[in-house]
Ligand binder design. Structure first.
Ligand code: SAM
Length: 281
């Protein structure tokens, strides 16, 4: 089968990190997590995985795979809660890369929209087939025309996994306010890190992208205070690593859980839920 090329040092390449993380976590910590799609997708990519493979057995890299998995598990948990109230809602994967969280939450009646840059959607179209209630939209998230493709009339739950780190603070705020204008009773779920977390975890990626200073980028030290952008948006926030699951599972060492606590409490790794309540302007 023909392999699909992923270019190095592009924003597109950033989708490899969580995808490979989910594959490795499924192999190393299968009692905690399984992604049935990630391995097959990695096998179909023409990409040099050797740098990642070298790190595979390092303790820190193992922790990185847990990060990729916990984020997806947390987001799935939140989407499923939302679907209990709005079973016909649209699930919108913002900056979807090659992630299939939408399908993992499918209840048979929801719709799924996956949004990313045109080059990523082109790769996605070649690798992943959509079912009849699912579609892909090729658009920059900062160009709000993609919202015209999203029907929120039966409820809508947006999520962005590992995406807003590439945005400026004002860009995230403006996107959130636009969503709250358009989508009554919608909900947005996304991960964030504090300033220290962004500097430490993203340093290599930011350097490759020519970004020297994290000032102005989207980091959040105090989620409830700093995401309080409108009195019509209700903000709640939980620890990314341990806020939903205690990670007590076969193979996970107590040192992994200690790092998870440091991640949540010192790096301020969070999963945020913004409930968008109808806006009257
Ligand atoms: C770190 S990857 C995460 C991919 C996916 N959410 C996952 O968890 O596997 C970041 C993704 O966000 C996308 N992205 C970043 N900025 C974007 C923008 N302005 N518009 C659309 N997609 C964007 C990238 O193309 C990439 O696919």
């Amino acid at each position: 089968m023909e392999k699909i090329k992923i270019e190095k040092n592009t924003v597109q390449e950033t989708l490899i990190i969580p995808l490979y993380g989910r594959k490795m976590c499924s192999e190393k910590f299968s009692a905690l997590y399984t992604d049935i799609y990630a391995k097959k997708l990695c096998d179909r990519l023409d990409y040099d995985f050797s740098e990642l493979e070298k790190k595979n057995n390092s303790f820190l890299y193992e922790f990185g795979t847990l990060e990729a998995a916990m984020r997806q598990l947390d987001i799935i948990w939140e989407i499923k809660e939302y679907l209990k109230i709005y079973p016909k809602a649209t699930i919108v994967n913002l900056g979807c890369g090659l992630d299939e969280t939408g399908k993992a939450c499918d209840n048979g009646s929801c719709s799924i929209v996956n949004v990313d840059f045109p080059d990523v959607i082109n790769v996605r179209n070649q690798l992943i087939s959509n079912h009849e209630r699912e579609k892909n939209v090729a658009c920059d998230l900062k160009d709000y025309s993609w919202m015209n493709e999203v029907d929120g009339s039966n409820g809508v739950v947006f999520f962005a996994a590992g995406v807003f780190h590439y945005f400026k603070r004002e860009e995230v705020k403006s996107l959130v306010l636009e969503l709250s204008k358009r989508y009554e009773k919608g909900c947005l779920i996304f991960d964030s890190v504090g300033k220290l977390g962004l500097k430490l975890m993203m340093s290599k990626i930011l350097k490759n992208m020519g970004i020297k200073d994290v000032e102005g980028l989207f980091y959040v030290n105090n989620t409830i205070k700093e995401l309080n952008w409108s009195d019509k948006i209700k903000v709640t926030s939980k620890g990314y690593m341990l806020g939903y699951y205690n990670m007590k599972s076969f193979n996970i060492r107590s040192f992994h859980r200690l790092l998870a606590r440091i991640g949540d409490n010192v790096m301020k790794m969070k999963i945020n839920k913004l409930q968008l309540i109808f806006h009257i302007f």
